[in-house]
Design a protein around this ligand. Structure first.
Ligand SMILES: [Zn+2]
Length: 265
């Protein structure tokens, strides 16, 4: 784990934060909610077979813990693409208090008291904050979105709201590590087709299988759009290595809830 990451516990609720982000934020674990069965207990997904009332209750518990407004929670939809949306006042609450009428894996906002969330259970959720312009962002990517460089598109969208590349901080959350992310040739082939040979250092061949370093590729993308290396923090947490703490899609064969990465100005 990166030295700036902290494990926090409030009652039964366990989550991780990063000292480099001086705003309210969290990477949740599976502990501290009210859901049952495969989703026991802190599930944030409405598409996991969970009781929607329990999911809403989990958002309320997290909001109370972080002192963020439940009624302004705004969610990504996560379609494994690379669209990034600026959250305006009329968008506040989409996904929780308004219908999910966008298909966006990334959200950017300058609105205060507006928690924005992305979701993970092996995928990469990255939280962003620029202390100069007071803009924050979240993006979700599995290998498809990582290859489409959604992290870079998120930074560009922040810049369009006045953010400064030199001061923007990005924290790569708990996600599947290279050792755990074993694939067939289709994944590295598709990533090479999208990003070229610069992904080669992040792909290892082991026998007939491949191991792809999604966190490393995310770091490279963030550097390539102008973030300072010291402002890119890789949490170093793996959802599958730590499947006692986190839901991992691979560790559970898909029988799982989903964690949230949340940030709020
Ligand atoms: Zn791992």
């Amino acid at each position: 784990m990166h030295s700036s990451m902290r494990r926090r516990q409030c009652g039964d609720l366990i989550y991780y934060t990063c000292d480099r982000l001086p705003v309210r934020h969290a990477f949740t674990t599976k502990s501290g909610g009210v859901s049952h069965g495969d989703c026991e207990s802190l599930n944030f997904g409405f598409n996991r077979g969970d009781d929607p009332e329990n999911v809403r209750r989990n958002y309320q518990i997290l909001a109370d813990t972080l002192h963020i407004p439940f009624e302004r929670f705004t969610l990504t939809q996560q379609v494994h693409e690379s669209r990034v949306q600026i959250v305006e006042e009329t968008d506040v609450g989409i996904g929780l208090h308004q219908p999910m009428d966008w298909k966006v894996d990334g959200l950017v906002t300058a609105l205060p008291d507006t928690p924005i969330a992305g979701f993970y259970a092996d995928c990469v959720v990255t939280l962003f904050y620029d202390p100069t312009a007071k803009v924050c962002a979240v993006c979700h990517s599995g290998w498809r979105g990582t290859a489409q460089e959604i992290a870079g598109k998120t930074v560009e969208k922040m810049v369009s709201l006045g953010a400064c590349r030199e001061t923007t901080i990005a924290v790569i959350g708990p996600s599947i590590c290279q050792d755990c992310f074993e694939t067939d040739a289709d994944v590295p082939d598709a990533m090479r087709a999208q990003m070229g040979e610069r992904v080669a250092p992040f792909i290892q061949t082991r026998g007939k299988k491949y191991h792809v370093d999604l966190q490393g590729i995310q770091q490279m993308t963030l550097q390539s759009v102008g973030l300072a290396p010291e402002n890119i923090i890789n949490s170093g947490l793996c959802t599958k290595c730590m499947s006692d703490v986190f839901w991992s899609h691979r560790a559970t064969n898909g029988h799982r809830g989903v964690q949230a990465g949340v940030i709020c100005l």
